[in-house]
Write a protein that binds this ligand. Sequence first.
Ligand SMILES: [Zn+2]
Length: 336
Amino acid sequence: MRDVAGHAQAQARLARAVASGQVSHAYLLTGPESIGKTTLALAFARLLLCERPNLETGDPCDSCDACRKVLHGNHPDVMLVEPEDGKRLLGVDVVRESVVRHANLAPSQGRWRVFILPDVERMTPNTLNALLKTLEEPPAGVVLLLTSTDPESLLPTLISRCQLLSLHPLAQSEIERLLIERHQVAPAEAQALAALAQGRPGWAVRAHEHPELREERKQLLGQIIGLPRASRDERLRMAGVLAKDGDMARRALDEWTLWWRDVLLAAAGADHLISDGEARREAERLGRAIGRPRAEAFLHALLAARELLDQNVNARLAFDVLMFDLPAPTASSGRR
Ligand SMILES: [Zn+2]
């Protein structure tokens, strides 16, 4: 799947499944935001439906009628199932209409009907129930590709019905190559973006197209890594800045969570952190100072806050609570 950057293992597994005729009815692709989960799902859909796939390399041809339709988002047998405009959670009506009803129809062109459901943690309980029924008794020819940034929050009954593919942050060099080769970014710019991207090719491409994202991220990250040393008053003031509206709060939480994963890695003594420069040094210092249990507990608090925001809980309140729970570098002052 040559247009997918990185994720060689996951790509190889999917390619083998197609080549050997052993495609499962459901896959769950997990990994951080903007890492390429939906991109990989779409590439897999093309491989399944392509009229002239190269099964040895696992590449769709990208030029047949089926490939072109998937690339343009108008293949009748590939559905990207997302919440309605302006909603955060996927509603049960959308799943009934697009997945449950269509799954029972024969594919209109190829052998497969492919449903791609990004971020399945953002579902109402009713939606999940409707989806579980399709996962329990999938009609022949149906392939469900689910993605999640937070698989620990998913029900075991959902996870157990899927083949799991966990995607990991990309190396800086892989992101740099992607930007230069596929997006014609100048090498110096590509290097700078890749260093900031924390392993997320999707973020790097967006930041190239929207330079203001890059500035915002630098600023956010600077604020976030300063929080553990900040006084209580200063933390509460920052809660007001970071949670000034729901969208800002979500982006801040995403950055915080990504960086905190590095704090946890450092606390566990791992060396494959994805942060760079000052953010990396701070993650290492803090991780060593607070230790693994506290680092892990706060990562869970961040993920829980993200879920609360998706349920429209007041962002300021959620951030105030995080500021109180945030571990400080000195062991005795975790809750000052
Ligand atoms: Zn093709």
